[in-house]
Design a protein around this ligand. Sequence first.
Ligand code: ADP
Length: 502
Amino acid sequence: MNDNASTNNGLRVLFASPEVAPFAKTGGLADVAGSLPDALRRRGLDVSIALPCYRMVREGGFSLRPLLAGLRVPLGSDIFKCSVLQAQTKEGVPVYLFEREDLFDRPNLYATPEGDYYDNLERFAFFSRAVLLFLKETGSPVDVIHCHDWQTGLVPAFLKTVYGDDRLLGTASTIFTIHNIGYQGLFPREKLAVCGLPAGMFRMDGLEYWGQMSLLKAGIVYGDALTTVSPSYAREIQEPEFGLGMEGVLRKRSKDLYGILNGADYTVWSPDEDPEIPYPYNMDRVGDKAKNKEALLAETGLKDGLRNRPVLGMISRLSSQKGCDLLIQVMQDIVDLGAGVVILGSGEEKYQTLLQEASRRNPGAVSLRIGFDESLAHRIMAGADILLMPSLYEPCGLTQMYALKYGTVPLVRATGGLNDTIAAFDPETGQGNGFKFGPYRADAMMRAVRDAVRIYQDSASWRTLMRNGMRQDFSWDRSAQRYLDLYRGIVSSLGRGRASVR
Ligand code: ADP
């Protein structure tokens, strides 16, 4: 595998993730699975990544090298053949791409605006098993498989059952990371047979979830250790309000559950070296942010008069989790304060329609772009004054961390990782990096918006606030080390690892 990396105690780790930036992305998971391995490699870890070869990977202009053909993967009563291609990250981490056109050559990763792909169970059961069979086929044992979200929840399940006694795979430990408990990978119980897993696993302390099977629960039950993406969220998901039915099983595994805050990749998200923005800037040239704002107003059709009024940006999946209902409720009040709003988002149709109506009612004041546009995301980050994240819940949130670096002040609801990273600004002391509100209600959000608009008018306070954020460091440094410690800990506590087969 990764022969060039200087070794970190000889440990070898494979990431299995349904999305990895820049190859395939719908949200923050991709950013994490793309940048954490690089941070680990810089610390000498032998790490590689497994990812389905979606259409957007094949057509994304990446350099892909054929590695293996004809890998035989059982699925239902058939054997599916799979090819594996290889690419690499910026730091040279190998990325193994599992290619099967009938499953992955589609316009989206998981769903269309109308709903999920009908065969997601088959797609990700195939991927999970293919990853394990690839390791067997190439004779490349690993110490830890680090699995991400429900799409890879069957990896630990296969390892604890079908491959429990396998000489090569049986030595691998698993870490299962929950990026969002709201996505549970629920499927009819009959599908268990398609996965090739023993029928006996369909029980309450297995992967049954109220009469269905849950791939997320499979990861939670069978993973050797569990992590989630912020300390607050690790606590929250053990309570009924946020656990969405998984709180009981998570409480049972409480001592194996770690909250590790995600890190920002400042090689991608730094205003002074961002190729996507017209006027790079930094703390010493923060005035140049205004030029980016002018360019953004022109690009998005917002009126020129907003130059001296706050522009609130939102870059988000359009889902109830992200607070879209709240945003729609307060939109007119925000406009009536004389502020502008620019939204880039894709997701549920109902939110797309409601936001379209709001922008039609307020030409020049509310601008909406439906779609996924990485490049525009950077220009909004640079050009907006305030970044909105009124999330109903937020496991970690990366967008607010990026915004801080761009001097774009986050206005967030105090939940999960938003609560961990944003401190309310106090104009008296000059401390704090953003605006926060608690209750998920329009009046609470508008109170925060009014505070923000008032402080925006006091340019000295606003500069202090921007600088407080720009100065902060949410890079992977600390969190990557925590993952390394966890890998080492799990291998030594389970007495596993490749050493045991040598
Ligand atoms: P989540 O993972 O819940 O979607 P995060 O804040 O952790 O939320 O990460 C979202 C990531 O996806 C950020 O990199 C953000 O810039 C990006 N993003 C979200 N929606 C869009 C979009 N419509 N176009 C471009 N980038 C987007």
